[in-house]
Design a protein around this ligand. Structure first.
Ligand code: HEC
Ligand code: HEC
Ligand code: HEC
Length: 133
């Protein structure tokens, strides 16, 4: 009986130890770093909003950008009409970075945090307003 107790307690400790990393991670999954929206263009907006709903932007901006690139470069279509009917130039610098002109405190902050390194900046240069030639 005494030994059984020991074994059971031992097992419980073991289970706790191997699941600790997972237990400690609960609540961290959907977390994001400090993101600054403090830019001149955003500060001037009465109704501060992105191209699409913020939840959609959070998860789907890579796909949106890749659609924009295909439309602009391959099909020559330059205007995006959002779900709410607002129009935006399909342009990385003149749209995204016009509002999010603080790339380091916004795009880069989140990408560094999540370990993503978009290669876009090799050619698209924030602030220059045009693709580097
Ligand atoms: C008209 C200004 C404007 C444009 C253009 C714009 N954004 Fe935003 N964006 C915002 C604002 C304001 C927010 C915060 C909205 C909120 O919190 O409801 C935001 C939020 C976001 C978020 C979510 C951040 C978070 O809280 O997790 C992402 C990601 C994002 N934008 C990426 C982009 C990308 C990529 C583009 C270009 C395709 C873009 N934005 C274009 C103004 C803009
Ligand atoms: C809330 C966090 C967050 C913010 C803010 C954010 N990103 Fe991202 N971004 C991610 C994550 C996470 C991924 C990778 C996951 C995925 O591909 O779905 C990603 C992927 C991308 C990719 C695809 C990279 C590749 O190599 O496939 C592009 C392009 C991109 N982001 C552009 C931007 C731009 C431009 C901004 C600022 C205007 C921005 N992101 C802001 C989190 C963010
Ligand atoms: C090898 C250089 C290069 C890389 C890397 C690159 N692009 Fe581009 N991109 C271009 C060129 C060149 C154009 C055409 C510019 C023009 O028509 O004025 C362009 C056009 C675009 C456009 C449409 C218009 C504009 O200037 O914004 C989008 C959107 C775009 N790229 C998004 C991206 C995204 C997102 C990434 C990263 C996932 C990326 N690009 C990586 C060179 C590049």
């Amino acid at each position: 009986m005494y030994n059984h107790k020991k074994i059971i307690i031992g097992l419980m400790v073991f289970v706790l130890l191997i699941s600790a990393p997972f237990l400690l991670n609960i609540g961290k999954a959907g977390e994001s770093p400090e993101l600054s929206l403090d830019t001149m263009v955003i500060n001037q907006m009465d109704d501060k909003h992105c191209v699409e709903a913020v939840d959609f932007m959070r998860t789907d901006h890579p796909r949106l950008l890749s659609d924009w690139r295909d439309s602009a470069v391959r099909e020559g279509r330059n205007i995006y009409v959002s779900t709410s009917g607002e129009t935006f130039a399909m342009n990385l610098e003149n749209s995204c970075l016009r509002c999010h002109s603080n790339r380091e405190q916004f795009c880069d902050a989140c990408h560094n945090y999540t370990g993503v390194q978009p290669y876009c900046w090799d050619c698209h240069d924030a602030g220059k307003g045009a693709v580097k030639k």
